[in-house]
Design a protein around this ligand. Sequence first.
Ligand SMILES: *Cc1c(COP(=O)(O)O)cnc(C)c1O
Length: 376
Amino acid sequence: MIPFNKPFLTGKETQYIEEAVQSGKISGNGIFTQKCQHFFEDQYKFGKVLLTTSCTDALEMAAILANIEAGDEVIIPSYTFVSTALAFVRQGAKIIFADSYNDNPNIDADQIESLITLKTKAIVVVHYAGIACDMEKIMHIAERHQLIVIEDAAQAIDSFYTFSDGTKKALGSIGHLGAFSFHETKNIISGEGGMLTINDEQYIDRAEVIWEKGTNRSQFFRGEINKYGWVDTGSSFLPSEIISAFLWAQLENLKKIQQKRLQIWNQYYKNLKDVSFVQLPHIPEYATNNAHMFYLIFENIEQRSKMIKYLKDNNVLSVFHYLSLHKSDYYTDKHDGRSLQNSDNFENTLLRLPLYYDLSEPEINKVVSLIKNFFK
Ligand SMILES: *Cc1c(COP(=O)(O)O)cnc(C)c1O
C-alpha cells in the first residue's frame, strides 16, 4: 500500500529528546525552544518567533493579539481548515467568508475590498499548498482600511512571495502576524506543534505574555523585572522542550527535506502535465513552490470519486480536502448566504496524491501510470 502520508524522521529526534530530558529542563522556553525560534528568525527574517503547541494555538494567539471582540468581522477564505476560522470565532468574531480564485484555491484578492465594512478588523489569508496568496495586493488593501493581516502559513514553511519591486519575502513574514504548523502531515514536523511569527513589533511584548498564561514570566527569566505576575489574558501556548527537541532534529535537515519533496513534486508534474481531463496546480509568477502538496483538479466529483476508488483498488491512497466552511454544520446558519462557487468547486474536484520524503521513484511512477491508465 502506498499511504497518503508517512512522517519522515531524521534519526536524531530521540537523541535530542534524551538530551532535553537529561538536562533537567523539560518544560517550555528552554534551550531547544530558543534554538528553533532563532533558527526561524535568522533563516526567514520573521520579526519574532514563538513556538506553540499547534498552528491552531498560534492562530488563537493571533486572534487575541488582534483584539478581536464580539461583533468584529474577519475576512477568511471558505476553502481552508477549520482552525483558520475557529480561532477567531472563539473571540466572538463574525466570519465573512471569501471565495477562492477559479484556478487556485487561495483567497481571491480582488474580492476582498467588497467584503470590508466598518466592523472589519482583520484579513486572514491561507497560503494553500504552500503557494503564496497575492500578498502585495492584500497588504495594500489592509493598509488602506487599517486592517490587521494574519497569514495562516500552516503549509507554507520555506516558501516565498516576490513583490513587484523584486523584493522576495518568506511567507509568514509579510502580514502583521503569521501561524505555522508542525503537525505530522506538514513538511517539517514535531507530531503536533506550531509557531507564531510576529512581524509588527508593537505586538511582541504582549505576545510573550499571552504565550505564558497572561504572565510576564519571560521578562522575569531574562532578569528584566524582579517578580512576575498576572498582567493580561493568555493561555499555556508554549510547547515542552521534548517537542522542541524533536523539531530541532527536523530543522537541521530542512534543506534536505525540501530538496527531496521538490524532486517528488517535479516528477509528478513532469509526468502528469500532458494528461487531459485533469488540471495541475497553478503557481503564480509571484509565488515559489515548497512542495507541500501535489494535487489534481477533476472535471466533477463523480470522476474524482472514481479515481479515488481506482487508486485504492490498486493500493494507492489519495484524499480530497476541505469542505467549504461556509456550508459546515457549525457555520451555515451564521453565514450571510452568498454562494462561493470556486470554494465549492475545489471541495468537489481537488484530489491530493501521496507526497512524503520516503516516496520512491518507482512508487511515483506507479501512481502516475495508474492515473494515465484510468483515463484510457
Ligand atoms: C494543518 C493546518 C492547520 C492546523 O494546524 P495544527 O498544527 O494541526 O493546529 C491550520 N490551517 C491550515 C491551512 C492547515 O493546513
